[in-house]
Design a protein around this ligand. Structure first.
Ligand code: HEC
Ligand code: HEC
Length: 159
């Protein structure tokens, strides 16, 4: 009996979104320019998902952006870079929170994919069957919205 109850609790923890869901929330991107230019081809990724140096690297190479030309004029590029850097995972600021996304990343490393972070890989291992990435309705790992319907608002925990 005791075992059954315990099991029920364990199952509940897996299915029911945690009570702390809100504390896991990444702030939604509110900057209009960033939303328009960086949300044209994919979701506007939250700046808290990469360190400042990664955003600088991405913004410094927009003409050659994962096989696409995402180039913008210099003024817009500078503006968006400033916004992303100011809100990056490792930039201390008002309301700064360490989400732990940079665990396992050395200062000498500059990942340009969120999906390459050991944190991201850890969160997506085990629960997901490897064949999930072959599903054509998902397409790629970067398609956060395929599985996290509220990702654009910064919610990732309860889908
Ligand atoms: C012209 C289309 C286009 C625009 C505009 C665009 N991107 Fe991308 N982006 C892509 C493609 C294609 C990928 C690769 C997606 C994949 O692997 O499935 C990508 C991937 C990314 C990734 C890595 C996702 C991962 O795998 O973790 C980041 C970060 C990113 N883009 C940031 C930006 C930022 C910041 C902007 C705005 C300055 C932007 N993108 C604008 C097409 C675009
Ligand atoms: C194929 C489905 C799928 C895709 C695509 C996907 N995820 Fe996930 N993600 C999951 C599952 C399943 C979990 C683990 C269960 C949970 O916590 O919801 C998870 C967990 C997470 C977590 C941890 C949430 C927590 O518990 O605090 C984060 C953060 C996250 N994903 C971010 C992303 C981001 C960012 C992207 C896109 C770059 C992405 N995911 C793409 C399925 C996916």
């Amino acid at each position: 009996m005791r075992h059954i109850k315990l099991l029920a609790i364990v199952i509940q923890c897996v299915i029911v979104p945690s009570v702390f869901a809100d504390s896991d929330r990444f702030p939604a991107v509110t900057d209009d320019v960033t939303r328009k230019e960086c949300g044209a081809c994919h979701m506007t990724f939250q700046p808290q998902l990469l360190p400042a140096r990664s955003w600088a690297a991405i913004m410094g190479n927009l003409n050659n952006h994962f096989g696409e030309d995402a180039g913008l004029d210099q003024e817009t590029t500078d503006y968006i870079e400033e916004y992303l850097v100011k809100n990056a995972a490792d930039t201390r600021r008002n309301g700064f929170r360490d989400y732990g996304v940079l665990q396992g990343i050395k200062n000498s490393q500059t990942p340009i994919r969120i999906t390459d972070l050991p944190y991201w890989i850890h969160e997506h291992t085990g629960e997901l069957s490897p064949t999930v990435w072959k599903r054509t309705d998902i397409g790629t790992k970067a398609n956060c919205l395929a599985c996290h319907s509220d990702a654009d608002r910064g919610y990732y925990e309860d889908d």
